[in-house]
Design a protein around this ligand. Sequence first.
Ligand SMILES: NC(=O)c1ccc[n+]([C@@H]2O[C@H](COP(=O)([O-])OP(=O)(O)OC[C@H]3O[C@@H](n4cnc5c(N)ncnc54)[C@H](O)[C@@H]3O)[C@@H](O)[C@H]2O)c1
Length: 373
Amino acid sequence: MKVGIPTEVLEGETRVAATPETVKKLRALGLDVVVQGGAGLSSHFTDEAYRAAGAEIGSSELALGADIVLKVNRPVAAEIAQMKSGAALAAMMALCHHEDILDQLAAGGIDAFALEMVPRISRAQSVDVLSSQSNIAGYRAVLEAARLYGRFFPMMMTSAGSAKPTRVVVLGAGVAGLQAIATARRLGAQVAAYDVRPEVKEQIMSLGAKCIELDLGESGAGAGGYARQLSAEAQDRQRSLLAGELKKADVVISTALIPCKPAPVLITADAVAGMNPGSVIVDMAAATGGNCPLTERDRTVIKNGVILCGITNFPALMPGDASAFYARNLFNFVSLCVTAADNGLQMKDYLEDEITASSLVTHRGAIRFKERK
Ligand SMILES: NC(=O)c1ccc[n+]([C@@H]2O[C@H](COP(=O)([O-])OP(=O)(O)OC[C@H]3O[C@@H](n4cnc5c(N)ncnc54)[C@H](O)[C@@H]3O)[C@@H](O)[C@H]2O)c1
């Protein structure tokens, strides 16, 4: 049974779905691996390193024609067209925003797994790509803020006078937000954080940050540990209460997301106008509309003297570790999908395991994603 690793084709993507380390592990599991020539170069993994780990280096046709295709991003139409019927595909598909590929995947007879749909249960932690990539994104977003901000993050005392520590506000304390808090603290900033889910207060405080608490008159906790969309009234109240907090911030890292919905607006144009010139907002929700309406996707712009960063793919800026973590998640996922049989390895019944069943979005020609909506 062959695993294929094609080169990623979406613009700006630098990650790869297998590393020499995971190729070795896949080989030890009894799988053959074909890596498209140059697939790892943007992550600094050479063809020679993949070969030394036991992979064959081949064309995109060969990689996409494998029994199990592993990718970082959802496939484009030309890639799906090269896959064979009955093959398994695992990738981060962002299906809530790109449902259009499901018809072609089903028509091609591909069993496709959308890894963002793996349930957030303890047993699935080793395959949780959302967490592994959000962690990296939260870290890298703070470094980007520090790069854009024209002052020190830590308190600095020098013979030329002293600098105050930067005041960082983190909006949304999920995986990315908590890593952003920890990173900003490590850089010496004073950090305050806010989340609509009250249960994260302890986690915020355990990282040495102040927890911003707003009385919205309703809870933002939704199903499965995720946030839910607030009523229009609560949203208005939230924005106006937050504007007061944002006035005091030098740097804002906003990470607020609601699954399958546009990002909630937390930072209004008026709130931006109330911030000091030179302040920085890194809007990590830019891919789904942004937490600030002034954010421009994949651009850094200055509005009223405030620097707004709209990078949508932070993990791609750290491709070495982002690929390493993602590839380990994928190796663990593949381990769940295959089993030893008398005549070698065979695919398991995907519907028998909660992790594979929940993420299986097309199966034997049918679309399962819509059924689950
Ligand atoms: N058990 C596990 O293995 C595991 C692993 C990772 C995450 N989780 C859980 O999954 C859940 C989602 O985490 P995530 O990092 O994927 O979140 P996410 O990326 O979906 O959202 C980021 C954060 O934005 C917050 N948010 C949404 N709307 C907001 C608003 N209007 N104002 C302020 N904040 C707002 C959310 O509450 C969340 O904390 C959490 O409960 C987390 O603990 C579980």
